[in-house]
Write a protein of this length. Structure first.
Length: 253
């Protein structure tokens, strides 16, 4: 901890154990970022990210890094929603997610929602590096404000690359100080929960998903590669989760 805020990094390393399962030779958390291994599901190792204190607050710098080796399978979730809050330190907070999945590896990144509380200022950067043959399910959910309050400033950038070639690179900024129109009909249209689901599977190279609407405020779009993107809006976090869960079941059929 410094006068400018808290700096903490959590690291996960997953490797095939040679016996049909997945080992976790690296499982390290710092300060507010605690990691807990939970019961495995077949050959898939499971890790829960547990927030040991409030945050991120203004001035904090958090990072989570995960590397999935060839033939390993990893599922990462979180115990509760992350709430971005205003802090005593000046400046914005930053939360960096760095994920690396090798050929034949599989990662399910399914944390709980990120809530942007009034007065907060958070920049989230998620970067996913994949190799040919890797599989990915990446879910991102953001809620603008707690019940009955205005949101804070939230900027989020998501980059997904396959063999160093971009599959997706997009940035969205919402809340006070964001570029005009973020809450207008061309963007959120008054909704306060937004999310996306990125699914990368080698079989999509042969049979890409068909672009289609998934209700009034959600759409599935194939990407330029073995991947699909689902973007969704909803009035609250519960309905958003239902939409994204149904979208994933649609892709599994």
């Amino acid at each position: 901890m410094t006068t400018a805020g808290v700096r903490a990094t959590a690291r996960i390393g997953a490797r095939a154990d040679g016996r049909g399962g997945t080992a976790l030779p690296v499982l390290e958390g710092e300060g507010p970022l605690a990691l807990r291994r939970t019961r495995a599901n077949g050959d898939e190792a499971r890790v829960m990210l547990v927030g040991a204190m409030s945050g991120p607050l203004g001035g904090d710098r958090f990072a989570v890094e995960a590397e999935v080796g060839e033939g390993a399978r990893l599922h990462v979730g979180s115990a509760a929603a992350t709430i971005a809050l205003p802090g005593q330190a000046k400046g914005d907070a930053r939360y960096d997610v760095r994920l690396d999945v090798r050929a034949g590896g599989e990662l399910h990144w399914l944390p709980e929602q990120l809530i942007s509380a009034q007065g907060s200022d958070l920049y989230v950067s998620s970067r996913v590096e994949l190799r040919s043959g890797a599989r990915l399910v990446f879910r991102e959910e953001q809620v603008l404000g707690r019940v009955g309050e205005q949101p804070g400033r939230l900027t989020s950038r998501l980059t997904v690359r396959l063999d160093e070639r971009p599959l997706l690179d997009q940035e969205l900024s919402c809340g006070p100080g964001a570029p005009g129109g973020w809450d207008g009909p061309a963007m959120l249209g008054g909704h306060r929960a937004l999310g996306q689901l990125v699914v990368v599977r080698p079989e999509f190279e042969r049979e890409p998903p068909v672009a289609r609407l998934l209700g009034e405020y959600a759409a599935l779009m194939p990407l330029a590669g073995p991947a699909a993107l689902v973007s969704a809006l909803a009035p609250d976090a519960l309905l958003l989760r239902r939409v994204l869960d149904e979208a994933l079941r649609t892709l599994d059929r």
